[in-house]
Design a protein around this ligand. Structure first.
Ligand SMILES: [Zn+2]
Ligand SMILES: [Zn+2]
Length: 383
C-alpha cells in the first residue's frame, strides 16, 4: 500500500458514523443501556488475493451494504491458489485495493483494517491477526514467529474456526498446546465461536473463550459473495461481531476488542460473556404495558424488539400468559403482545425470561428480567 493513502484513512476513521440508511439490510443496533455504541464488524474475509472469488472492492461494497463499521481484510498468507494470475508479492495489496475502493466510493462510517490469516495444519491451526501494519512481516517459516511479528505491530490475534472439521473431525473445538502457550505468552487475544464458511457455531469455543479470557468473535470468513452465501438483503445475514465500544472511534473499537466487549452474532444467535450479551439484549427488548382494563387482573404487555434479529423467549416468571404458552417469539424490529395473568393490579410489571437464542456459556442461555411501569387506568374504564 502506498503511504499517501494514510491521511485519507485517518480522516475516515474519525467519522465511524452510524450508517444513515433506512435500508433494512444495513445493521443498526441502538446504544446499550450502559452507554456503549454497538459497532458491527467482520474480522475475517478473503478475496482473490488468497482463495476468495472476488476483487477486494466487492468486499467493500458488501460491507457498506451490510452497515458494517469495521471490515478486516485477512488473506491467507501461505495459501495462494491464484498466484499464477495474481503473483501478489506485497501481502498488503489486497488491503490497499480495498482502501482505494473505499476512498473512491466516498463511503463514510466504514473502517477497513489490514490483517492476515496465518494458515497452518494443527497444532498451529489458522490464526488471524488484524490491525496489522505490514502483513509481509508475518511471512515466516515458523508460525510462532509470524504471530510474534503481528504482536510487535500491536495486532489483535485470534484463533479461527477451532471446530473446523478438516482439523477437528469430531467437531469439538479445542486449543492445542501451541495455542495455549500463545495465550500464556500474551500473544493471542480472541477466538471465533461462529464462522460463516464453516456455517456453524461452537459452544465449546465459547466456553474456551470464557475459561481463557479471550474475546468472543463471529465472522463470515467469506470467500464467495455475501449475498449468495448468506442470502444478504433478503432474510439472511453474514455472521459478525458486535463490538460494544465507548464511542465510534477506531481507538474505542480497538480497546473494546482487546477488553473482550463483544458478542458474536450468527443467524439469530447471540453468543458471548453474560454481561455483553445482556447489554445487547437490553438494548433490543423492552416492555410496554397497557393499563389494566379495570375489570380483570390480566395485563396486556407489548414486548418490543428494535433490533435486526428475531428473539425467542421462554417465560420463567410465576405469571402465565392468557394468550400464549411460555415460549414466545419476538420478530426483528417487531413486537409481540402477551396478556399476563397478574393476581392483582400493580403499578409495575416484571417479566423473567430465558433468552433462548443466546449462549453465555456451554449450552447456557441468558436469563433476563424486564421491568416497566404500568400506566394508570383509563378514566373511562374506572368503574
Ligand atoms: Zn481458515
Ligand atoms: Zn479464512
Amino acid at each position: 500500500m502506498s503511504m499517501k493513502t494514510v491521511p485519507a484513512i485517518v480522516a475516515l476513521l474519525a467519522s465511524l458514523a452510524a450508517p444513515a440508511t433506512a435500508d433494512d439490510r444495513a445493521v443498526v443496533f441502538p446504544d446499550t443501556p450502559d452507554g456503549h455504541v454497538v459497532l458491527a464488524a467482520d474480522l475475517h474475509t478473503h478475496s482473490v488475493f488468497s482463495d476468495g472469488a472476488v476483487w477486494p472492492s466487492i468486499r467493500v461494497e458488501e460491507a457498506h451494504r451490510d452497515g458494517l463499521s469495521v471490515l478486516a481484510v485477512t488473506e491467507h498468507l501461505e495459501y495462494q491458489p491464484h498466484k499464477a494470475d495474481i503473483p501478489n508479492p506485497d501481502r498488503n495489496r489486497s488491503y490497499g485495493v480495498a482502501i482505494e475502493s473505499l476512498v473512491s466510493k466516498k463511503y463514510t462510517g466504514l473502517l477497513i483494517i489490514n490483517g492476515a490469516e496465518v494458515t497452518r495444519d494443527q497444532p498451529y491451526g489458522h490464526i488471524n491477526a488484524v490491525f496489522v501494519d505490514d502483513a509481509n512481516a508475518l511471512l515466516k517459516s515458523d508460525p510462532r514467529e509470524a504471530i510474534e511479528a503481528a504482536h510487535e505491530q500491536g495486532a489483535f490475534v485470534f484463533v479461527n474456526h477451532p471446530d473446523w472439521l478438516p482439523q477437528r473431525p469430531d467437531g469439538v473445538a479445542r486449543l492445542s498446546d501451541y495455542q495455549q502457550k500463545l495465550i500464556a505468552d500474551g500473544l493471542l487475544q480472541g477466538i471465533e465461536v461462529a464462522n460463516g464458511t464453516m456455517d456453524g457455531l461452537s459452544e465449546h469455543a465459547l466456553q474456551i473463550a470464557l475459561d481463557n479470557n479471550l474475546t468472543v468473535l463471529g465472522n463470515s470468513d467469506i470467500h464467495g459473495l455475501v449475498d449468495w452465501t448468506h442470502d444478504a438483503g433478503h432474510d439472511g445475514r453474514r455472521p459478525m461481531t458486535l463490538v460494544l465500544a465507548a464511542n465510534r472511534s477506531e481507538a474505542a473499537f480497538r480497546t473494546a476488542l482487546f477488553e473482550g466487549r463483544t458478542v458474536a452474532w450468527y443467524h439469530d444467535q447471540l453468543m458471548g460473556r453474560e454481561d455483553n450479551v445482556q447489554a445487547v439484549v437490553r438494548a433490543c427488548l423492552s416492555l410496554v404495558p397497557g393499563p389494566f382494563d379495570g375489570k380483570t387482573t390480566v395485563l396486556p404487555v407489548t414486548i418490543k424488539n428494535v433490533c435486526p434479529l428475531d428473539f425467542t423467549l421462554r417465560n420463567t416468571g410465576k405469571q402465565t400468559f392468557q394468550n400464549a404458552n411460555d415460549t414466545i417469539g419476538v420478530e426483528r424490529k417487531g413486537e409481540t403482545r402477551v396478556h399476563v395473568r397478574m393476581s392483582k393490579t400493580t403499578e409495575s410489571i416484571a417479566l423473567s425470561f430465558d433468552v433462548l437464542n443466546t449462549q453465555i456459556g456451554y449450552r447456557k442461555t441468558l436469563p433476563i428480567r424486564l421491568t416497566a411501569g404500568v400506566p394508570a387506568m383509563l378514566a373511562a374504564s374506572k368503574k
